[in-house]
Design a protein around this ligand. Structure first.
Ligand code: SAM
Length: 400
């Protein structure tokens, strides 16, 4: 990967941080996600669904609650973006099984958007019966892998891109997905905003370094907001496109999306970092062998989603979301207590994932409190009445 990047830069000049990140993570032959199973204690990092199954179970309840809040439509697509080892979907499907009577005759299907053939294989091994999970993926098809879940016989399909997932009422989940999407980096300078790019280090010819390019680039001219106050900004245009696709689908087909990630509300500056073996790793060292990530700018995602006419709730810290969803009550259940004893702190404590991890929810406008005419004889704006079901996990927040 390093040789490939060095010769590319020597031939055509410095590349953006976004292009570097895209190559290092998802190059179809050498990309970090494409060839590794990096999750868990033996890998490079650990995520909430891998820490405790209770996490996925609470999200399963959230999915059912949003489906009921939308009037229990007779088709429900569970769509996960970047499912990793498949643990979150697996835990959610267990809840669907337990609440089968609530779901009744609803036609439930599962759709996984996963760029990595290696990880899709791991997901298939968890979700499908053994004989189906062995079947080879067909790379060039929009649906590159298919099967039916071992436990409930639900259809599962794998896609490289969200565009290929069928339309219809869907609950979308993206857990630690947006932080893996490529970011551009920009620096305020006395001559205006300039893009930071990746170049060959002239002193050590087989190493890379970050440089501030002298002239504006197309990206630095279009991605910086006129009223930007920070001196350094990371922008993830791919994340903006995907959140708009989600918003479009929710506005037109109904449904909801829950986006959970390390992130901030448009306040942080330099968050681009690498992880290898659970340790921080220099971002330009041995590309393709370490995870690269940048905190999600939830302010940017909200702005992009709101343009498409959906309602947004959050971002809300993970601690508050999980407490609103009843994680403390689950501690009183003896079976869940054993599961949660060590992980409760990791998931909710402010020094661990409690505050740094945030939840953003996109909803169809029909989930907003319904306007009601003011009482007769009184003039003014229509009054708002609460929607029949509050939005689980976000009960204290008002819509925008
Ligand atoms: C950090 S892992 C998170 C895995 C899982 N959601 C979890 O929390 O355990 C990122 C996931 O997104 C996938 N991914 C990364 N970039 C992607 C892209 N552009 N399109 C689809 N999937 C992608 C990776 O292969 C991996 O499954």
């Amino acid at each position: 990967m390093l040789r490939h990047l060095l010769s590319k830069i020597k031939a055509t000049g410095p590349i953006s941080v976004a292009e570097y990140m895209r190559e290092a993570l998802t190059n179809p032959v050498m990309g970090y996600y494409v060839k590794n199973d990096m999750l868990g204690p033996e890998g490079d990092f650990i995520t909430s669904p891998e820490i405790s199954q209770v996490f996925g179970e609470l999200l399963g309840i959230w999915c059912i609650s949003e489906w009921m809040g939308a009037g229990s439509p007779n088709r429900l697509q569970l769509v996960e973006l970047g499912p990793g080892r498949g643990s979150l979907t697996n835990d959610i499907l267990r809840v669907f099984g337990q609440l089968r009577s609530a779901l009744g005759q609803t036609e439930v299907s599962v759709h996984l958007v996963e760029v990595s053939p290696r990880l899709s294989q791991v997901q298939a091994q968890l979700l499908l019966p053994a004989e189906q999970s062995q079947q080879a993926a067909s790379d060039d098809q929009p649906v590159y892998r298919q099967g039916t879940t071992a436990a409930a016989g639900l259809p599962v399909s794998w896609y490289q891109r969200l565009e290929d997932v069928p339309r219809g009422f869907s609950v979308f989940l993206a857990h630690e997905f947006f932080d893996a999407l490529p970011v551009h980096k920009f620096q305020r300078t006395p001559r205006g905003w300039r893009e930071i790019m990746v170049d060959v280090d002239p002193e050590k010819k087989d190493e890379l370094r970050l440089v501030i390019v002298p002239a504006p680039t197309l990206a630095s001219s279009i991605f910086i907001q006129a009223d930007e106050k920070r001196d350094h900004v990371e922008v993830c245009p791919g994340g903006g496109v995907i959140v708009q696709q989600l918003a479009n689908r929710i506005a037109e087909d109904g449904g909801a999306a829950l986006i959970a990630d390390y992130g901030h509300d448009g306040t942080k500056m330099d968050t681009f970092r690498g992880f290898k073996g659970h340790q921080l790793h220099p971002v330009l060292e041995a590309p393709g062998t370490a995870d690269l990530t940048a905190d999600v700018d939830f302010g940017y995602l909200r702005r992009m989603a709101a343009r498409k006419g959906v309602a947004c709730l959050g971002p809300l810290p993970q601690r508050d979301f999980l407490k609103n969803m009843g994680i403390d009550t689950r501690m009183q259940d003896p079976a869940a207590r054993a599961q949660l004893l060590r992980s409760h702190d990791l998931l909710t404590h402010p020094d661990h994932m409690g505050l740094r991890f945030q939840f953003l929810c996109l909803l169809a406008q029909s989930r907003l409190p319904a306007p009601r005419a003011p009482p007769r004889g009184l003039k003014g704006d229509p009054l708002k009445t609460p929607a029949a079901l509050p939005v689980a996990g976000f009960t204290e927040l008002s819509f925008s």
